[in-house]
Design a protein around this ligand. Sequence first.
Ligand code: ASP
Length: 358
Amino acid sequence: MKTIFSFTVVLAAIAAFSLANHFPFNAAAGAAQAPPSGFVLVAHGGAGDYINMKPEQVEMRRAAMLKAVQAGYTILAKKGSSLDAVEATIRVMEDSGLFDAGRGSYYTREGVPEMDAAIMDGRTLNAGSVASLKHVTNPIHLARLVMEKTPHVMLVGEGAEEFAKSQGIELVSPYFFFNEREWERYKNAKSAEEKKKSAKFVANEEHGTVGVVALDQAGNLAAGTSTGGTVMKMPGRVGDSPIIGAGTYANNESCAVSGTGTGEFYMRNIVAADICERVRYLHVTLQQAANDVVMKELVDQHGDGGVIALDPKGNIASPFNTNGMMTATVRADGKVALQGWSKSAKPIVVPIIMSVAR
Ligand code: ASP
């Protein structure tokens, strides 16, 4: 794997372990108290089962998440917008090759990755999304451009990539996304399917979709999600991540949400919008809305996954009905809490290192 981590990140990851016991973080089950002021950013690296994942890989994901939220934190601390913070954080995760997004995307049944992404501004309800991309290194950036430079919300496939070219984005060969780990996963899934001689799709036990929700110092919410979708998906299959209201949603009146899990359930249940609209119309807490949708409605339908959700007061909910959902949370106090690689994993809290140059 060609992933290269900066010395800083490695140091920060080491610090994470030594500091874990010194800064107990009280964020059990995702419940958190609103800060009186300030800003918040929460990132997820996919819901699923981390039990079979090699410990080194879990560690690398933690280090990558730390590096990613540091990029977002730097923007928010300098009074930047939640939109900029969401995009910057996701770009780092897309580039890492460690998640099911950007360079680490899962492959379709034909053995090439196809990526989806969306971003939404809670202040204006503007949104941009892209789907079925094969040649764009940072789908989240293209989603942002769709939002800002076109009259549309969603562009897909060739049309989206033509638009990318018109914006000066270089289209890369699908080989750019070659990743030994994903190639192995693809081959294993294919042979498992052949052995079963079944038309049924191989269960997707691990999700590595990435998503971020943020609240900036001006009180504006934003959400973004980026993914390679599910293992062995059909070419042309689009998941929930780029569907506004399903996998991604933000509204200053209620909340910002990014989901991860088997997207078909998120689309049928318009999960992200449902959580926010429960807050808006039923006046329930964010925690209750998110729990009711993820831990009751999705569970009743056997829909696996989780969400990260954030309201304008800085309250966070991050329920998941899988064995794990890795998250990183940072507030203005600059302590990043990494957690979720198992249900019982104790959060690791690491002080932020501000990125000097971006
Ligand atoms: N929700 C994504 C999709 O269905 C997959 C995931 O979260 O891992 O495309």
